[in-house]
Design a protein around this ligand. Structure first.
Ligand code: BGC
Length: 366
């Protein structure tokens, strides 16, 4: 999707949000049946369930994805139920069972690990409920579609961002990777390595952060930093939360702003760190685009049609090619933080608070 198109869509969604601003999580059922099978974007009769993973690994799930999904389903005129598993795979399984019992026709999950995700999808299929992988591919799963960003490209952008900040000279770098149970984390790390392994850098520490836990990330980074005798010149942190953890430790050592750190999700905190110069970059992945892609795929399934896809993704564990809609991520540095604001990814009022007011003004953000 090109930028112009996505901006136009974002504007449309904005309009839809204004019109349905008083709606609840249960979308309206005002579908007109007559022409619902003629177009994938028309209203549908089914009910879509979405289970988000947690509230801790990234603020994105509740602050960006939930409202964007609600807006996309409202605009499509389809009923929906969005829940959050709060980081508990058993809870996700229970929510899935309840949603299936309540008659969802399509179930989309952001799995907490592939094993529990695959079990949920198998059960759904046995009850005639179609499933979609939202953001994270479930290895060995049976989802009809996979809706996400190109996550290898996300990692490449992070690697390139760090290389741009460090330059073409010798440097010691540390990787703070995401959860080992998240297939995306593998793709992010692979993408970053493909760029950074070509640079004259030495990897002086690399570790996964279980569950993307920010507190544990601080402990892990402190250990890696100490083991490297503080000789760390750059940090490949897989998302803004992990970046914040590393920046906290660097701050304690008088190194914040001197050691470039990458991120992802263009969160308020991430953008503020980019403006302050303590974070070298973040990656913006429009929740509006991802939610619209999910709505499109879900409605196609409800209507018994095929969704528009961008290609397939190989599930190496399940040995199958999953029809996919993969969107394009964008690298954000100090010079284009404004792009995120203009696209509706964050509000200037949320980013430009307190000490960040002046930094925003300097960066032309109002
Ligand atoms: C998502 C990231 C997110 C991370 C932690 C990944 O699967 O793609 O956007 O920061 O999970 O929730």
């Amino acid at each position: 999707m090109n930028r112009k198109h996505s901006l136009a869509l974002a504007a449309l969604m904005g309009l839809a949000m204004t019109v349905t601003a008083c709606g609840s999580d249960d979308g309206g059922d005002d579908a007109s049946d007559t022409d619902s099978s003629s177009s994938q974007s028309s209203s549908a009769d089914g009910k879509i369930g979405v289970i988000l993973p947690d509230t801790e690994s990234s603020v994105r799930w509740e602050s960006a994805d939930r409202p964007a999904l609600g807006a996309a389903f409202d605009a499509a005129g389809v009923e929906y139920d969005i829940q959050n598993a709060e980081g508990d795979a058993e809870r996700m399984t229970q929510i899935a069972d309840t949603m299936i019992g309540n008659g969802v026709t399509v179930l989309a999950i952001v799995n907490l690990d592939s094993e529990s995700g695959a079990a949920i999808q198998e059960k759904a299929a046995s009850q005639g409920v179609a499933t979609i992988d939202y953001d994270r591919l479930t290895l060995g799963g049976s989802a009809e579609y996979y809706v996400s960003f190109d996550n290898t490209v996300v990692g490449e952008l992070q690697g390139q961002g760090l290389a741009d900040c460090l330059g073409d000279k010798k440097a010691n770098i540390v990787y703070l990777n995401g959860a080992p149970t998240d297939n995306n984390a593998t793709l992010f790390a692979d993408g970053a390595h493909s760029v950074l392994d070509e640079m004259p850098y030495e990897v002086v520490g690399e570790q996964d952060v279980p569950d993307w836990d920010n507190e544990e990330a601080a402990t892990i980074f402190q250990q890696l930093y100490t083991a490297a005798n503080g000789k760390v010149d750059g940090v490949l942190a897989a998302n803004d939360g992990l970046a914040g953890a590393a920046i906290g430790i660097l701050e304690g050592n008088g190194q914040a702003g001197k050691v470039p750190v990458t991120g992802q999700d263009a969160t308020v905190e991430g953008l503020q760190n980019v403006l302050a110069g303590t974070q070298c970059m973040t990656v913006y992945k429009s929740a509006t685009q991802e939610a619209e892609a999910l709505a499109q795929a879900a409605i196609a399934l409800v209507n018994g049609e095929e969704a528009e896809t961008t290609g397939t993704t190989t599930d190496s564990e399940g040995g199958r090619d999953v029809p996919s809609i993969l969107l394009e991520p964008q690298s954000i540095t100090k010079v284009n933080v404004m792009d995120v604001i203009e696209d509706g990814g964050q509000k200037a009022a949320d980013v430009c608070t307190g000490e960040f007011k002046k930094l925003c003004a300097d960066a032309g953000i109002s």
